[in-house]
Structure formats: C-alpha cells, structure tokens
Design a protein around this ligand. Structure first.
Ligand SMILES: C[S@@+](CC[C@H](N)C(=O)[O-])C[C@H]1O[C@@H](n2cnc3c(N)ncnc32)[C@H](O)[C@@H]1O
Length: 234
C-alpha cells in the first residue's frame, strides 16, 4: 500500500487501529504464538529503569508495554501510556484493573512533555507506522533525560534469505486471512506485512537512531530474525 502523502498515511494508520482495537490483543497472541509477550518483557528489562523511575510507553495501544513496566517495577513513580488512537487506549483502560498508567492522547511526532522528563521511552511496533522515523526519534530523545534510554521494538524489512522468504509468505498470505477472520478487517492485516516490507533494515534503523543523537546504539534480533529490538542512550 502506498500513500499519496504523509497526512494520508497518518490518517489511515489512525483509523485502521481504531477499527481493530477490539481484537488487537487476541490477534497479537495468535499471530506470534504468544511470543509478543516475551519481546515486550525483554524491552522493559532493557529500559534499565531505576527505582522510582519515570517511563513513557509511546504508542501504548492497549497498554501492554506500560503494564509490563509496572509488573517488573511496581515502585515506578510515573508510567505514561501515550497514543494517537483513542479506541486502542480505551481497550487498554478496560483491562487496566487499577494499574496506575497515566493515559495520554499524543502524536509521537509532537509529544506533550517537557525536555528530559523520562528515564526511558519505549515503543512497541510503532516505528513502521510513522511518517518520519528520524523526527519521531528526535522527539523521543528530547523527552528522555540525559543518560536515559530510547527503545524501539518492531518488525524490520525481512532479509532476502530463505528464512525471510518463509516469513514473507506467512506474513503476506496467512496473517491477513487470520486477521480478517478474527477482526473482520483483512486490509488492516494486509497493511502489516506491507509496512514491514517498506520499513528500514535493522542496521539502517540503528543508523537513523545514531543520526538522531543516540549513543551506544545496539540491537538484537528475535523470532528467527523477524523482529528487532533496538536500544540507544541519550
Ligand atoms: C501495532 S500498535 C502497538 C501497540 C503496543 N505498543 C503494543 O506493543 O502492542 C501501534 C500503535 O501505534 C499507534 N501510533 C501509530 N502512529 C502513531 C503516532 N504518530 N503517534 C502516536 N501513536 C501512534 C497506533 O495508534 C497503535 O496503537
């Protein structure tokens, strides 16, 4: 799927997530075989949050990364879950069960927080969807305190290997059908593999993170090289 303009992509992403919000969590568990839970757990560990720290889960969706931060460190002083699709956060609020996440409507390209606010800023499966990855990282870096971490978990462009080809087959042929059955929105789950195909390769994303001003950038590949977790320090 190609978009005529940045604003068309932003609008498509926003309304698409609103359409699938009610089935988002179930579909994640099904298409990853439950592995997505493990990846978020790892990302929060890599955030290296200090006791009483402040954490921003940007593009929180239904809140899984924010909930995981509170599970690992119930003593955090502030956990913010921010997203520009309110129905995703409404689904998250319905399962918050009293967990103290501060929900905020926000676009990652223009965050409503002062400079140097958070000990770590993490995004799960956001970056493929933004219209300007460099600008999103610059904004995440701005609200991170010096020495804090910026973390990016996402599905990069699959490699041109046999494994990559098999993953493409699964992602393009099986996932949209499954997504259509579960959510009634096959186009949303057709967008998912296409957005990975047009995203950066892991080494390219590391380069963009460095260009945005992050230091000590490193990444690890998960799920047979189909998912990447990047970490950088401000
Ligand atoms: C695939 S979901 C990920 C949700 C959650 N982080 C997770 O790990 O399951 C992507 C989320 O990014 C949000 N999103 C996409 N572009 C955004 C933007 N520019 N600003 C804020 N949120 C955005 C969508 O609304 C959606 O909730």
């Amino acid at each position: 799927m190609t978009f005529d303009s940045a604003s068309k992509k932003r609008e498509y992403v926003n309304t698409m997530f609103a359409r699938i919000a009610h089935r988002y969590d179930l579909m994640n568990r099904l298409m990853t075989g439950g592995q997505d839970v493990r990846w978020r757990r790892l990302m929060v560990r890599e955030a290296a949050l200090p006791p009483g720290g402040r954490f921003l889960d940007i593009a929180t969706g239904t809140g899984d990364v924010a909930f995981e931060a509170l599970r690992q460190q119930p003593d955090l002083a502030l956990v913010v879950g921010a997203d520009f699709t309110l129905p995703m956060m409404h689904a998250g609020q319905a399962r918050a069960a009293g967990r103290p996440v501060h929900w905020a409507g926000a676009d990652t390209l223009c965050l409503p927080f002062p400079d140097d606010t958070f000990d770590a800023v993490a995004s799960g499966f956001l970056m493929r969807n933004v219209v300007d990855v460099g600008m999103a990282l610059a904004e995440q870096l701005r609200v991170t305190r010096p020495g804090g971490r910026v973390l990016v978990l996402d599905v990069p462009r699959p490699p041109d290997t046999l494994g990559g080809k098999m993953f493409r087959f699964y992602f393009h042929r099986i996932v949209p059908r499954l997504g259509g059955l579960i959510s009634g929105q096959p186009d949303a789950y057709g967008y998912l593999p296409r957005s990975a195909d047009s995203f950066l390769r892991p080494s390219q994303l590391a380069g963009v993170m460095e260009a945005a001003g992050l230091r000590q950038v490193r990444y690890q590949m998960l799920m047979l090289g189909t998912v990447a977790l990047h970490v950088g320090v401000k």
